[in-house]
Design a binder for this molecule. Sequence first.
Ligand code: SF4
Ligand code: FES
Length: 231
Amino acid sequence: MKEKTIKYPGKTIDVYFTVDRCTHVAECVRGAPEVFDPARHPWIMADAAEPDTVAEVVLRCPTGALHFKRKDGKPEETVPNKNRAIICRDGPIYIQADFEIQNFDETFILKDTRIALCRCGKSEIMPLCDDSHSRTSFSDRTPLLKRKIQNNLNREKLIITLKKDGPFDLQGPVEITNPEGELFFKGNRILLCRCGRSQNMPFCDGSHVKTGFKIKKTIQLIHKKNDKTTY
Ligand code: SF4
Ligand code: FES
């Protein structure tokens, strides 16, 4: 399966929508309903609000389904000044970072600044969240654990490796928080569960091995390593 990105052109800003990334959390609809209206065709009208408003709302999209390109010389999206992995209770991991994802054999998958990663182990489009956690009533079962907090991290890219039938291996400076900003980990390397079976969420505790977890398939993406972003 390949990601399908649609361009919605405007006079001063173009909006890009990557269909499979959208998990319908509706940040865009709440933020600028005149621009993002799922009941209308086309559902995105890039000129229906000030370009600064469109850009600001696009950046709120937690899955990276939305991106923009300015045509008025104003700044494009920049990488965040720190890398964050946000653990949603009973839901996905939102990455807000300067990141690259690679498969276990180091083949490049994508780079971006925002994405929602599957944590329940049930997504049909691994490693992306496809809202399977809602359909399967995924639960963390226990409160999220805390690990070490290390200060003075460098500002570097975050590399996320998809371990074969195992966790996300995050290498590079990263902070792990809940959506309220409570800090669970700050450091340069951590394994995060993606089988949905860890007893020490959000961290991998080896349960994927004990339970014989198998990834059905990993989405095949078409991005090139030297693309500026994924669209
Ligand atoms: S904010 Fe992003 S993920 Fe949420 S509905 Fe809009 S496009 Fe989809
Ligand atoms: S990936 Fe879930 S416990 Fe290791």
